[in-house]
Write a protein that binds this ligand. Structure first.
Ligand code: PXL
Length: 279
């Protein structure tokens, strides 16, 4: 059985980061070890969230795993709460990386043209450093624009623009870049990817739903990690992640008590397992 290590916060309520990564990666049939970086009462789109920084615990946790001889097939990072945490994550990757380890970095720090609450512009430079040591990066267009220090284009871009962002991201260091939230037409939404070794692009689109919800980026990245651990290629993985994201959005919209703060990824899990060919 493969074992992924995911390093991100746990938001008690909010359906993002670890409360999505753990169930989704487990559903993919892969052991999911977690290093929680921060405990929040909710994600940061709620008013008045509490925030307990676990930075000081991180080196000791990693040292214990090292002493036990723990190995990880992938290390997947998401939301990180401070520059210091980013630096510690780089150390932890250095400690556990073997030639076959896949490092996936979702630079979860921004959306809709803006950094999330609590992030200062200096954080972007630190996240760029973490992306540089990744094998796969999975930003949305806002995050890619921050990483590449380009103005954010919400719409009106073309394929050449997206391909430029993807190439720019791989120029930072990773072999693969995956961009989420890509759309060339009002009724479609999807993802595009670039393999800088083979110099090939791919993309996948589904119908676009009427509303956007929090946590779809974490759902997409977790679903991609699960697919890659099941030996899917990046091209196959973005198809699985796009289709699962759409199924979760549809389940949310269908539910009269749908939650504003996150998507119904739970009821869409059977779709994910079908996409992975497990059922
Ligand atoms: O989904 C990204 C994310 C993760 N963790 C926390 C967040 C967010 C987005 O706002 O606030 C705590």
């Amino acid at each position: 059985m493969k074992r992924v290590l995911t390093i991100q916060d746990i938001s008690g309520v909010g359906k993002c980061s670890l409360t999505e990564a753990l169930p989704i990666i487990s559903a993919a049939g892969v052991e999911c070890a977690v290093l929680p970086t921060t405990v929040l009462s909710t994600h940061t789109a709620f008013e008045g969230f509490t925030f307990r920084d676990l930075t000081d615990d991180m080196p000791g946790i990693a040292a214990h795993w090292k002493a036990l001889g723990m190995e990880f097939s992938s290390i997947y990072t998401g939301y990180l709460g401070s520059i210091h945490q980013v630096e510690l994550v780089e150390d932890i990757i250095g400690t556990f990386r073997r030639p076959e380890t896949r490092v996936i970095v979702d630079p979860a720090m921004a959306d809709n043209g803006k950094l999330y609450a609590g992030f200062l512009p200096e954080f972007v430079g630190a996240m760029k450093g973490l992306c540089a040591i990744a094998d796969v990066v999975v930003p949305n267009i806002t995050e890619a624009s921050f990483l590449l220090e380009q103005p954010y284009l919400a719409e009106g871009y073309d394929r050449a623009y997206i391909e430029g962002l993807l190439k720019g991201l791989t120029d930072l260091g990773p072999r693969y870049a995956v961009l989420t939230g890509v759309s060339y037409a009002p009724d479609q939404l999807g993802a595009a990817a670039y393999d800088s070794d083979t110099e090939t692009f791919c993309e996948y689109f589904t119908a676009r739903e009427t509303k956007n919800f929090h946590g779809t980026g974490d759902l997409f990245a977790s679903a991609l990690v699960g697919a890659l651990e099941n030996d899917f290629t990046i091209e196959e993985g973005i198809r699985v992640a796009c289709e699962y994201t759409l199924a979760a959005l549809r389940a949310t919209l269908k539910d009269p008590e749908g939650r504003w703060y996150g998507v119904n990824f739970e009821e869409a899990l059977p779709t994910y397992l079908r996409l992975l060919g497990k059922i």
